[in-house]
Design a binder for this molecule. Structure first.
Ligand code: 3HC
Length: 282
């Protein structure tokens, strides 16, 4: 299937990255946020990111203008009607995502492939609220989206081979490397990554080492670009907490149980970089 127009639902940390990469790859991109205020915030994030790319000589000012010119922002789901692929990147909340998928199914043309960037919710739960389960896939991007090469393509028990082939080709057209995963909570990467991040929080809780030393341990000892607590601040304390809750619900394995400190930081608004404070201050 030929893709010319791409929709992105949600313009937060992940959605803005996905929208930017889509527009940079030449697609007419329609971005939907829930309010004018969030549209302004999301658009600002993309303007800033592309301005940095110009400063670094990765884009010319003219190319940046072209990219921004390919993007349209809206608060109406109906404006995604003509998109060939829609990637949903809303908050990691199953009820909210199901509502969105039902609305997207009603609004979009019959051929549209509906994809979710969820990190942990089984895609079949979203497919099941639509009349097109054979066209619903997972497309899981990684933060920062413009930099990270991976996309997990998630295959449900109802999806069609054509939709999977289109989703893979779409990911490749964005300059990404797709890997195929079965539709199980956490797919491949988060099943491995989340217990590691949670264990780092437990080390802090137990006073085994300071956040700085834990991070240095993994950076210098294992060559990771960021330590686990830095990465938690980067991905979002709240986001990781929600992912852990979903994984724990699915597997009932204590490895995925969110530690008390993560829960309390989420409640307290210590969400990491985006809120100015998490394990570190920004
Ligand atoms: N947008 C665009 N480009 C960015 C960027 C952003 N937000 N952040 C960094 N970059 C680019 C920089 O421009 C730079 O490019 P250049 O080398 O061509 O100049 C390059 O990335 C490296 O950036 P910096 O020199 O500023 O900083 P670092 O070398 O420290 O790299 C990093 C930053 C790429 C974020 C690196 O620290 C890293 O790889 N961290 C780990 C990130 C990671 O693990 N992400 C996955 C999280 S899990 C996830 O997303 C799944 C979810 O479900 C939880």
């Amino acid at each position: 299937m030929a893709i010319t127009q791409v929709g992105v639902v949600g313009c937060g940390l992940m959605g803005s990255g996905i929208a930017e990469v889509a527009a940079r790859s030449g697609y007419a991109t329609v971005v939907r946020e829930v309010s004018a205020e969030l549209v302004t915030k999301g658009r600002g994030r993309i303007e800033k990111s592309t301005a940095t790319a110009v400063e670094k000589g990765k884009l010319t000012a003219a190319q940046r203008q072209e990219i921004l010119g390919r993007m349209r922002f809206t608060t109406a789901v109906e404006d995604l009607a003509g998109c060939d692929v829609v990637v949903e990147a809303a908050t990691e909340n199953p009820a909210l995502k199901k509502e969105l998928f039902a609305a997207l199914d009603r609004a979009c043309k019959p051929e549209t492939i509906l994809a979710s960037n969820t990190s942990s919710i089984p895609i079949i739960e979203l497919a099941a609220v639509t009349r097109r389960p054979e066209q619903v896939v997972g497309l899981h991007f990684f933060n920062p989206v413009p930099v990270m090469k991976l996309v997990e393509v998630v295959k449900t028990i109802r999806v069609g081979e054509a939709a999977i082939a289109t989703a893979r080709a779409f990911a490749e057209s964005l300059g990404k490397r797709p890997i195929l995963a079965k539709d199980r909570a956490g797919f491949v990467v988060n099943v491995l990554l989340v217990p590691y991040l949670l264990e780092a929080v437990r080390l802090v809780e137990q006073g085994v080492a300071s956040p700085e030393d834990i991070d240095e341990g993994m950076r210098l000892g294992c060559g990771y670009p960021m330590g686990p607590l830095q990465l938690l601040d980067f991905v979002g304390i709240d986001t990781t907490f929600y992912i852990a809750e979903i994984l724990f619900e699915e597997f009932k394995n204590p490895h995925y149980a969110p530690p008390t400190l993560l829960r309390q930081m989420t409640i307290a608004g210590l969400h990491g970089r985006k809120s100015g404070k998490g394990f570190y201050s920004y």
